[in-house]
Design a protein around this ligand. Sequence first.
Ligand code: AMP
Ligand code: MG
Length: 431
Amino acid sequence: MNAPQKSAARAPLMSLDAAMADLLGRVEALTAVETVATFDADGRVLAEDLVSALQVPPNDNSSMDGYAVRVADVTETGVVLRVSQRIAAGHAAQPLEPGTCARIFTGAPMPEGADAVVMQEDTVEVGGDIHAVHIQAVPEAGQWVRRAGEDVTRGAVVLARGQRLAPSGLGLAASLGRARLSVKVRPRVALFSTGDELVMPGEVAPEAMKPGAIYNSNRFFLRALLHRMGCEVSDLGIVPDRREATLAALKTAADHHDLILTSGGVSVGEEDHIKPSVQQLGSLDLWQIGMKPGKPFAYGSVRRDAGAGPAASTPCHFIGLPGNPVSSFVTFLLLVRPFLLKLQGVPVDGVHALPPPVKLPAHFSVARADKRREFLRVRRNAAGGLDLFPNQSSGVLTSAVWGDGLVDNPAGTTIARGDLVSYLSFSDLLA
Ligand code: AMP
Ligand code: MG
């Protein structure tokens, strides 16, 4: 299905939802798993259900520094109870003698027979030889007691296979005694930039830039975004604008990677070497997606060498992002992110690949409707509304830095000040 350029130009726009469903339909989760230290598992995708072998917390324990009592012994304020034992966190308790209390600290196990804790602030020590306290507040049963298993019950699936681990998940896995976790392997991604105008920062000083030259900015955010998505990145830099070099780079990359990601050179009518080279080594579909920014997008595959080991039977995925920086950034968040999640075994499907939007009032207006679904760069303001970045051009990367998210504005829709619009935060799109 290698669409010739002319028909691609005339083809009706494909909806983003259709593109997403098509793209996700072409990716299977990687099957390989590895075991990593829980310390190193942030952002990794679990390859096993984590079933708790114990209760968390393991025993009833105090959530305050104070005195453990039997509620039946404290029916009115001012009762005096002898302190019959002292229980610190990490130490075992003796059964509580009736008519006495136990000095207890946060996290210490409740003594058998006690059913509440009176916080230290509600007690006064009685002077003299006998260690005793005045209880100045009548406790309710269960007060300041954390129940055994209130966090996790034995046998519960605490974290499910396919879940992407966040820092809180590492702590929870550790609370079950897990020092190592079985996770999906990281997708191996080869990253290329295309375009003869591109120059690497550091190689040419700003004042020495030739006319028409620009710095390669996409390489920087794409590499960082791939790392955030848990990928192993081979950054192959700017591919020289020669057929042989392009073919060689694609061939080598295909053997050792799960995805080749490029930016630039997918617009209709563009002359570059990536398109014909991918077509020669596999297949390439050029999509015109009804979204703004980010209309041109390419999906394809590159055959692997027969010597590429067990992976040789499946081709390497190819995704070509548009060159305009904001288009590249937005298509990564909306399309490549769910693709990479699915590749790592996270259950994503169709339109659910996007985080649920939040409805917020627009503190701006868009008078002219666009025929494409627009993703406007906006920022939340202190009044609870959204401000619009004044320049929405797909080349203006400042909009993505100034903004903290996107408004998902349906095709053909104007926005009046005060309208509730669908807001997707960059932090949700990067989670
Ligand atoms: P293209 O998609 O190759 O037609 O590029 C569209 C626009 O994006 C052109 O103005 C390119 O100069 C620019 N562009 C392409 N690649 C990059 C890149 N890596 N960094 C910054 N701008 C780029
Ligand atoms: Mg180009």
